[in-house]
Design a protein around this ligand. Structure first.
Ligand code: UDP
Length: 254
């Protein structure tokens, strides 16, 4: 196949021109960064696992009517996606206190929050992705009020669905980050889930032991990073054991 034209290289992924207009190919790397790129490393096999995990979660979300940019997985590291105009906001949802929330507000990690909390961060690496409010987002035109309503409604559905899905396999969804894009079709525009959903942008804790099964193992040098990502895939029933066709369903916990 002819080499595809590279459009953008991010920290964990590369975007290439897709085979048809309006499509892109998203390539998952093994590179990992943390603390606004101050910490850099590689997690062997991460790209392959995140490609599969993100595919699985986006497909399940699609089944309950959450629109996503995902089209299909092409191979171990690549997926075909719809080209969208990314809204420059990272939407974070929290169910349990951890990370920057614990640090900023002095709430011990592991404290269950009275309700799910949504936060927004402006995607701007030079400014280190500052936290912003809805007022900033609409005043500066990064997203309109209708976009915000759509993003919040989708985010809450995604959170409820993923919380249940992970709980079913013995994992607590502590928090996660999502990004949305504008998908233009004919004269219509709709907001769809974009980017990826994987242990790179979720906090996932074993629900019995609270052991971390996500990128915090890399951020905090806890070791066994690859194993943790693999265990997430294994519990979701998407880790091919004897080959790509040997897929089980999710392993339900009692
Ligand atoms: N997160 C992310 N990308 C970022 C910042 C955060 O995917 O640039 C995710 C992170 O993995 C966690 C959630 O968003 O699941 C909340 O992160 P937090 O604000 O606690 O920041 P952190 O402690 O990761 O710096």
């Amino acid at each position: 196949m002819a080499r595809r034209r590279q459009l953008y290289e991010g920290k964990a992924k590369i975007l290439f021109e897709g085979p048809e207009p309006g499509t892109l190919v998203q390539y998952f790397k093994d590179d990992a960064t943390a603390f606004n790129s101050q910490k850099k490393g590689t997690i062997t096999g991460k790209g392959v696992l995140n490609n599969r995990i993100s595919e699985y979660l986006m497909l399940r979300l699609g089944e309950i009517g959450v629109p996503t940019h995902f089209v299909r997985r092409l191979n171990m590291r690549e997926q075909l996606i719809r080209e969208v105009e990314i809204i420059p906001i990272e939407v974070v949802v929290r169910n349990v206190a951890a990370g920057s929330l614990s640090k900023r507000l002095g709430i011990p990690e592991g404290t269950r929050l009275p309700r799910s909390i949504i936060e927004y961060y402006y995607k701007n690496a030079a400014l280190e992705n500052p936290m912003v409010g809805e007022e900033h987002i609409t005043a500066f035109g990064w997203a309109g009020t209708q976009d915000m309503d759509d993003m919040v409604a989708l985010t809450l559905r995604i959170n409820d669905f993923l919380t249940g899905l992970f709980l079913g396999v013995g994992i607590t969804l502590v928090d996660f980050k999502v990004e949305f894009g504008r998908l233009y079709e004919n004269d219509d525009m709709r907001i769809v889930l974009a980017d990826e959903l994987s242990p790179d942008n979720c906090r996932l804790w074993d629900s019995k032991t609270n052991e971390k099964m996500d990128k915090d193992r890399f951020r905090r040098d806890l070791g066994k990073v690859e194993e943790a990502y693999q265990e997430v895939a294994r519990r979701l029933g998407i880790l091919p054991e004897a080959g790509i066709r040997d897929l089980k369903g999710p392993e339900l916990m009692q």
